[in-house]
Design a binder for this molecule. Structure first.
Ligand code: ZN
Length: 111
């Protein structure tokens, strides 16, 4: 059964999107979608369900840690949980770069 674009009434074909953010902050790769020749994109019920499952999976397995900050001399210290350190393959001698992103966030990039 052909799926017709709701905006331009042209026939849609199944394509694979490189990336799609089904939910805020969770980017899925290689997502199946329907696309018309004009580039409108929609999802079949099956495709949407699959994205939902994949998003849920990522959320379930994502690391999330909350830690208090302590003080050492004039600096502040954030402890890195052992599981996270292991997963990122960082240790005592690792070097990281801290990059502030606005007022409430910073990225810690492993060098
Ligand atoms: Zn269209």
């Amino acid at each position: 059964m052909a799926i017709v674009c709701g905006k331009c009434k042209q026939e849609m074909k199944e394509v694979e999107l490189k990336e799609y953010e089904f939910e805020d902050g969770i980017v899925l790769e290689s997502v199946k979608a329907m696309r018309c020749p004009k580039g409108h994109v929609t999802f079949t019920e099956e495709q949407a369900l699959l994205m939902e499952t994949r998003t849920e999976d990522i959320r379930k397995h994502a690391f999330r840690f909350i830690r208090s900050i302590s003080k050492s001399a004039r600096s502040l210290v954030i402890r890195i949980p052992a599981d996270l350190a292991k997963s990122l393959e960082i240790s005592e001698s690792s070097k990281v770069e801290m990059i502030p992103i606005g007022k409430k966030r910073f990225i810690v990039e492993i060098k």
